[in-house]
Design a protein around this ligand. Sequence first.
Ligand SMILES: [Zn+2]
Length: 439
Amino acid sequence: MVVKKPENETQNKIQEELKQEILLKEQKKEYHSLKFWKIENQVKQSLKEQKTDDTLRDITIWALVLWSSDVHYEVFEDYVVVRFRIDWVLVDIFRITLKEYKSILERLKYASGLKLNITDIPQDGKYSMVIEDRDIDVRISTLPVWDAENVVCRILDNTKSVVDFDDLWFFWTTKRILERAISRKNGMVLVTGPTGSGKTTTLYTILAKLNTRDKKIITLEDPIEYTMDWIIQSEVNEKKGFTFHSWLRAILRQDPDIIMVWEIRDKDTLETATQASLTWHLVLSTLHTKSAAETLDRIVNMWLKPYIIASALDTIVAQRLVRKICPHCKREKEKTPEEQAIVEAMMKDIGMSIRPAKNIKLYEWAGCEKCNHSWYSWRLGIYEIISLTHKLREMIRAEANTDDIIAESRNGDLITMKEDWILKAIKGYTTIEEILRVI
Ligand SMILES: [Zn+2]
């Protein structure tokens, strides 16, 4: 069937309508799994036997089994919902009564060193567990609501192995750019993105690749999420009056080759990190910005003089995580004319020939126990990498406009996040729906 190519406006309208439809479907989607029943039964049983120690342990174990990053306890008028964040999305696992929750809450607060009698102000703490030889730290924070407290637990698996560089889902051009940047003796590599965009994974993976005995690598983190052999990892203690910036200066006096600063939060930290880069250190850090363009805008226009950045900065990686299609239950589907039009429009958008568009497959919901009937399973990185060439540095020094800088990098190696996205959807790693959901 030949589909008439929609005009830009119609095309945007179709994309917007489809996006709304997808978001609606996403909201209605019910994740379910036999495992959820199992967790519920186990938890209710241990609560009945008043073994709250076991309850907490079971919930933590199951959160790890389901690869969740957080456990949420949400209090409503007559019940409490326990939810896990799995692959980016919050999933209701089971409900408990307020009375049952009271026992769990007391155990959580006791285990994390929180004051049991304080219920009207937020508190934060941490409990640790060893589960099958793995050291698990759980950071908990409470928030007073109704006449109870909501709790969110962030699970930090200290023994989680670092992802291999080749498993970060870089296309080879992007990978080559990044490999080149981190093989240098100095320079600054910034990994940027919102919370949950996988910056930590990328940074630790880079560190693992650089970790050889002939170099001294020191990190400044908050908190330390993975521990790594040979790398000197430090955790800033702001409560004792140290700032990221003062701690970083102390690190520089330790004669490092490579420094990883978890996050550049202010001008002072950026200034010190920049100096480190200019005095022959490789500096790795993250910034909370959405794209490479926004990063340039932020640091050049707000924080530092363009000529300093032009010399100190080497590479910006902007990234997001999208869900990957579950390989166990993905099923090819027939494209609707609208979907076909969108695929073509997207390909055209990134300058690809639309000829192969009709061969591009889309996949649909099947659902299996492996992905908890979510259809998606695990996540995959989408990247945009700008490496500063001589020409780009000149442009930054001359205070060129960010759009022009981005346009110039597109003449070179830059693949934008959108291009990376579309290429990965076309290859069947993720879906068009997921792209529209996250964009
Ligand atoms: Zn599946």
